[in-house]
Design a protein around this ligand. Sequence first.
Ligand code: ADP
Length: 450
Amino acid sequence: MLSFEDLKTRVADGSIDTVLTCLVDMQGRLMGKRFHAQAFVESGHAETHCCTYLLATDLEMATPDGYASTSWESGYGDYTMKPDLTTLRLVSWLDGTAMVLCDVMDHHGHPITHSPRAMLKKQIARLTKLGFSATMATELEFFLFEKSFSEIAKSGFRDLAPISDYNEDYHILQTTKEEGVMRPLRNHLYAMGIPVEGSKGEAEAGQEELNIKYADALACADHHSISKHAVKEIAWQQGHAATFLPKWSHERVGSSSHVHQSLWKDGKPAFFDPDRPNGKSELMDHYMAGLIKYAADYTYFMAPYVNSYKRFAKGSFAPTRIIWSVDNRTAAYRLCGEGSKAIRVECRIPGSDMNPYLAQAAMLAAGIRGIEEKLALPAAFTGDAYEDTASAHIPRNLRDAKEALLGSAMLRTAMGDDVIDHYARAAEWELEEFDRVVTDWEIARGFERA
Ligand code: ADP
């Protein structure tokens, strides 16, 4: 991490000349500006501005209609980007560069309610009122490719050879071949204050996983977004591409982003009770029961695109059933960790395309409601959860998840109608685009034979 005083010193000695001021957008990407470091320091890390469309757009940076927050009619004005100096860090894979994350405000200094950082902060504040803090860890799975982003794009996204040739799950030899990307990634992130635990090969050719040590919920989401950005940038620097698409081929394994979570009270693990079965406390039962009861309501925040739903398939290690189990990778919610500090619930539904701020905010909202309602946790499932037809299925597609989001009284109360309507519009727009565009699959299937 870097203090503002450190930054000033480094700007004065010429070792830093650029400061990235970044907000996190609806898709979880870093968006913002490159400041000359001298100007950033002289302005006293002043606030800057950005167009309101940045929080009402899609992956293509389109300007869809139907958002109450901004529009052509309202003239697409400005938001204020307020640097959060506790996030100031060096970006050591870029020359002379530092980075700071910003909160998004209106002109009166009020947080923009649908901005991802504000949404997570709101749920953290609700939890604080109940006397707890949340500790989270996200896993980042992604694929590395032989070719660069632009080479792959020029091939019409057909030249998709992964960087290595066979399943590299826990495979040291295969992952040694990927160290050109992975070693600088781990080391640069660690140097910038992101507590990287390690990386490992995953269950496909070219598939890697990055593990970051748990942190308080906001820091965890910050770590995730910066790390995801770093994966793409460092891969690009090495002439390779990286994708966080959950399913880039129906013949390949998908990529997930499991979220580990536990609550703490006064520095002690509140999910632990050695006198109860599996060592989990009554509080953990209520929290997990909330996660389960409201899973469909917030699936959109864990699976925000059409492609996200291709991951949820039998025998894939991605869940299909809304059910919990003890250390069982076929269930959507896995109780894991032995002992007081490690006991936690892992939600296995989120895909690698999730926005961590939104997924964590939604899970906290569901868990808080579970605590408030003192929900009872059903008995743990044992066996192959893919075969359990008694439990509810995770929404099967974006359309169903959007409907569940729109109709969620729990999320409307926790996050606000304006926020839910905003993201439901994002989902609807994604579907409108998908319905409009003719895909390769349709042409190949029907061109001659239909
Ligand atoms: P998996 O076995 O699902 O691949 P990993 O071992 O890769 O899981 O990841 C475990 C993650 O859980 C790590 O990022 C670790 O920091 C995190 N973790 C450990 N204890 C806790 C806790 N009490 N609360 C939240 N996360 C935790």
